[in-house]
Design a protein around this ligand. Structure first.
Ligand code: ZN
Length: 258
């Protein structure tokens, strides 16, 4: 069994964002945060996989950059961890919102794994999600269309390579998927925007709160139940506290595999 480490890469921010909008029907005293957009690098001795690509450059997505952020965060993050974009051959997209797919063009050698349902939803989303799929502007090509020739459209749960598989987790969007990753401290799960903050997955899954941005609350509930059954360590998609650690699993959880 291939064992991976997971490295969070900071690709942008949802700037000055009300925490309440991540936590459906929960009052949080007007608290606002700069919520990071996160790409995850999965690295094993034999495989290299990226999960999500962030919003792209400042020119592409000015709303996702703070005034003091560098103009293109993801390439700098890749330099920091010693990876050239050409080396990324496999990208898994949890869904096609612009803050997850906008950086796709950085990876000219990659194939992009996304759910067929998500591609269909991106073409004709519910009206309130039209801006986040970028299908609301005449004459503007949405970021997700820039890689149409390089998608692999998945139909449900799929093994991508030994140690990495996708798991259907609809609710935030109808084609959302998570990524289940084997590590030497047990399975870790990247849930996409089903779980934007650790607070959505309270007490390690003893209870849960849907993302305020959702298309189907029944689907959210079923996806949370599925997460609970998987028994994996869940790493949220927009939580600043993710960057308290440079890599996962946390060293104190890792078993001695020597
Ligand atoms: Zn989203």
């Amino acid at each position: 069994m291939s064992q991976f480490e997971l490295l969070p890469l900071r690709c942008g921010h949802i700037v000055d964002h009300p925490v309440e909008s991540f936590l459906y029907r929960t009052k949080t005293s007007e608290l606002r945060i700069d919520a990071p957009c996160i790409a995850w690098l999965l690295r094993s001795p034999t495989d290299l996989i990226l999960v999500d690509t962030g919003p792209g450059t400042r020119v592409q997505a000015p709303q996702h950059y703070r005034s003091n952020d560098p103009d293109d965060l993801l390439p700098l993050e890749l330099v920091r961890v010693g990876i050239k974009p050409d080396a990324i051959k496999t990208v898994i997209l949890t869904h096609l919102h612009n803050d997850h797919v906008g950086g796709a063009e950085h990876f000219p050698e990659a194939t992009f794994y996304v759910q067929l349902k998500e591609l269909q939803e991106a073409v004709w989303p519910v009206p309130f999600q039209r801006p986040i799929y970028e299908v609301n502007r005449r004459g503007h090509a949405p970021a997700w269309t820039s890689i149409l020739d390089r998608y692999v459209a998945l139909d449900g749960d799929t093994a991508i390579c030994p140690g990495v598989s996708t798991v259907m987790l609809p609710g935030h969007t109808s084609g959302s998927q998570g990524v289940l990753v084997d590590t030497n401290a047990g399975p870790h799960l990247l849930p996409g925007d089903l779980v934007p903050l650790a607070d959505n997955w309270k007490a390690n899954g003893a209870s849960w709160i849907p993302n305020g941005n959702h298309t189907d609350l029944y689907a959210c509930e079923r996806s949370f139940q599925r997460l609970a059954a998987l028994g994996a360590t869940v790493l949220p998609s927009h939580d600043p506290r993710v960057f308290d650690h440079a890599t996962y699993p946390l060293p104190q959880l890792a078993q001695d595999t020597a």
